[in-house]
Design a protein around this ligand. Structure first.
Ligand SMILES: NC(=O)c1ccc[n+]([C@@H]2O[C@H](COP(=O)([O-])OP(=O)(O)OC[C@H]3O[C@@H](n4cnc5c(N)ncnc54)[C@H](OP(=O)(O)O)[C@@H]3O)[C@@H](O)[C@H]2O)c1
Length: 341
């Protein structure tokens, strides 16, 4: 039997359940798992997906979709390549989720430029298929998009009402993805994000780039002319689950509360870890020789989100402190222990 609780499905608890003085049904500890929302998380081996699953697996029944990189995780795994014909309906049939958080993507800019067809398949077509399946089964969907949908030429802060103008294949395919999702399933949440943290490979995030260089006492470039609003991935995970809990829908900027240059971000990482901040060399992105063009001003307002959540989204300073604290706790090593082979 299925109970509807504020839009969340839960199995009715069996023996041991009781009624609280306020008349609420209280599950016995034995049956608590039956009350936890089942959430399918795509991209479970990715920077966002893995951090998200590790942070919240005790609060929800999380089932991560993995292509074979992970082992012995403290959350459930299901093996699937989302681009295989029929993969999405099969996943929904076997997992029976209440919600999907779709983080999987081709998020490597140069790889997208090299293979636009694949970029559009994974970043635009698969989100449309997931949205159609969620609409059909009335599942909540939280689709992850990017701050890079903007060309960065605005003299000011971007809101959700500003017109996107993506520069490269990655950003274009991600914009197509968010448009597809909202066209097929307007009740879905589309969250534009930019974040940092520890990853399975140890090299995926900008924060790891600075950490790896600075900890070896090597100089590294920091762009002074690229402004962004990064959110620590742990704070992003909390924010995303709150968005689901509050049953939000539509387009949101789930970005950090503070805009800063990538150069300043590098210096802040250095200062937090006690490395030499002067190892971060101020550079212009034009002079960097990067193949794919980058937007200069990605200052995004999270006002709509903080208003609808009724709370502020954290800034970068506390995020860098948490990133440092995780290093002291051995979190990067623990994370890598879940790597296959
Ligand atoms: N990193 C950022 O700062 C940033 C900024 C803005 C937006 N975003 C968005 O945030 C989301 C997560 O990014 P991320 O940095 O966590 O990405 P990531 O570390 O590159 O991870 C991508 C994930 O997608 C999975 N994946 C790719 N193709 C797949 C397929 N065909 N079938 C199943 N899984 C597949 C990957 O699996 P494998 O490990 O098996 O390849 C991996 O788990 C993406 O939507 C990205 O566009 C990221």
């Amino acid at each position: 039997m299925i109970l509807q609780m504020a839009g969340w499905k839960a199995n009715v608890p069996g023996a041991g359940a009781s009624i609280s003085p306020l008349g609420n049904l209280v599950p016995s500890p034995r049956n608590l798992a039956a009350f936890m929302k089942r959430i399918l998380v795509t991209g479970a081996s990715g920077l966002l997906g893995l951090n998200l699953c590790l942070k919240k697996h005790q609060n929800y029944t999380l089932i991560g979709v993995d292509r074979g990189k992970l082992r012995a995780t403290p959350f459930e795994l299901v093996r699937a390549d989302l681009t295989e014909p029929g993969a999405i309906p099969r996943l929904i049939e076997s997992v029976q989720p209440d919600a999907i958080i779709h983080t999987a993507a081709n998020a490597i800019l140069d790889a997208c430029e090299a293979d636009p067809q694949n970029a559009y398949l994974i970043n635009a077509q698969i989100p449309a298929e997931i949205a159609a399946a969620c609409e059909k089964h009335s599942l909540q969907l939280l689709h992850i998009s990017t701050d890079a949908v903007f060309d960065g030429t605005k003299d000011g802060i971007y809101s959700e009402d500003d017109l996107p103008n993506p520069l490269g294949i990655y950003a274009k395919s991600k914009l197509a993805g968010e448009n597809n999702v909202l066209a097929v399933y307007p009740a879905a949440i589309v969250a534009r994000v930019v974040f940092f943290g520890w990853s399975l490979s140890g090299t995926r995030s900008l924060s790891e780039f600075f950490f790896n260089k600075l900890s070896r006492n090597e100089p590294c470039n920091g762009f002074t002319d690229v402004i962004f609003c990064p959110l620590f991935v742990g704070d992003l995970a909390e924010t995303l689950f709150l968005m689901l809990e509050k049953n939000l829908g539509g387009l949101y900027h789930a970005t950090g509360a503070e805009a800063l240059s990538k150069y300043d971000f590098g210096r802040r990482i250095a200062l937090q870890f006690g490395f030499d901040p002067d190892l971060v060399i101020p550079r212009l992105v034009e002079d960097s020789g990067l193949k794919t063009s980058r937007s200069h001003n990605l200052s995004l307002s999270n006002h709509r989100l903080s208003t609808d959540l009724g709370q502020e989204i954290p800034g970068v300073s506390t995020g860098i402190q948490h990133f440092h604290a995780q290093a002291l706790e051995g979190y990067p090593q623990k994370m890598r222990s879940y790597q296959q082979g």
